[in-house]
Structures are given as C-alpha cells and as structure tokens.
Design a protein around this ligand. Sequence first.
Ligand code: ZN
Ligand code: ZN
Length: 142
Amino acid sequence: MKTANSKAALIEMLCAAGIKPTTHRLSVLEYISSCESHPTAEQVYQHLVHENPTLSRATVFNNLRLLSDKGLVNDINILPDSTRYDSAAFARHAHFMCRVCRRIFDISFDMSSIEMPQKFQCDNVNVFFKGICPHCAAKSSE
Ligand SMILES: [Zn+2]
Ligand SMILES: [Zn+2]
C-alpha cells in the first residue's frame, strides 16, 4: 500500500499540517512513508539511530506522537502492548494481524460504504482482523 513520496512532497505535507519540517521530523515521516512493515516506535528509532547516532529515543517518540496527532501517520493499536505505525498517505486499507508471528499485513478493504452518524467527526479509521497468516498456516500443517 505504498505511495511514492518525494522529500519535497513530505515537506509540503508537514507544512500543510502546520508542523515545522525539522530534519528529525522529516526522517521519521520519510521512514514511515517508505516502510511496509508497520514498525513500532522502537523500530523506527532503531532504524534512524543507525544513520544518526546522536538521535534520542524521546525525539523519535515525540515526533511520532506529533505526526499522528496531526493525522500524517496512522497509529495502529491492534496489540495493547505495541502501537504500530503506517503512513496516512497510503490508500486506506485494513490490517490483518497474525497471532503466531505477530506480523501485520495490509488487506484491501472497501471503506467507501462506511458512514458516520450525523455530527460525528471521524479523523482516523482502524479496521483490523486477527488470525493466522498463510505462512504460519503452512508451517503448522507440515
Ligand atoms: Zn504468521
Ligand atoms: Zn498498513
């Protein structure tokens, strides 16, 4: 469910949301926008600290919170103990979480027919399924 996001487009997204495009913010948004694995905040930090050893965990976590507050990234709370992220610029999709390997998969899902009752203003949609992925199902039947 990836969309090509140039650096310029990402800077524009930040400015449009009223966020100053600092280097750290941009690198957090850039990683989430290029990543299909639905990383946790810790995984985002681990990835970015490689390129930037002075980066602090708090900076990454705070920027993630800001980006999700402003609707630029989705926080996916399928598991109570770990929030995962993907880009809000991706086409809307549902998620499937495998109970065995705990990977999260993107599932095409038509949400066009979902309508909010009057006067409810929805700014985030999370649709998810849980079960066993094809890979783990094949393993368990070996
Ligand atoms: Zn699995
Ligand atoms: Zn996703």
